[in-house]
Design a protein around this ligand. Structure first.
Ligand SMILES: [Zn+2]
Length: 94
């Protein structure tokens, strides 16, 4: 991020406006994930199929999720949101 500050200070860089837009996009995505809102870059299929408690693949029936491994029953969207929140702690490998 410190390197990007240097780019922003360079007024001759024509892409400065797109940088601000990109920054805004990142910010919105970050805030959405913090709130547990599903965003496009997240693999929605797997987050809705995986148990947020043990990480195993469970069964989704409409709005209800049931883990086949630990037997945890949960609202499917809530379970998916918890999976997304947990992803924040994973190291970013680019
Ligand atoms: Zn489970």
């Amino acid at each position: 991020m410190e390197d990007l500050e240097g780019i922003r200070e360079n007024s001759s860089w024509s892409g400065v406006h797109s940088w601000h837009f990109h920054q805004l996009q990142q910010f919105i995505t970050y805030k959405a994930e913090r709130a547990g809102i599903r965003v496009e870059k997240v693999d929605a299929y797997h987050t809705s199929q995986r148990c947020s408690a043990c990480g195993s693949m469970g069964n989704r029936d409409g709005d209800h999720f049931l883990c086949s491994e630990c037997g945890r029953g949960r609202h499917a969207d809530l379970n998916a949101s918890e999976n997304i929140v947990q992803r924040e702690g994973e190291p970013c490998t680019g």
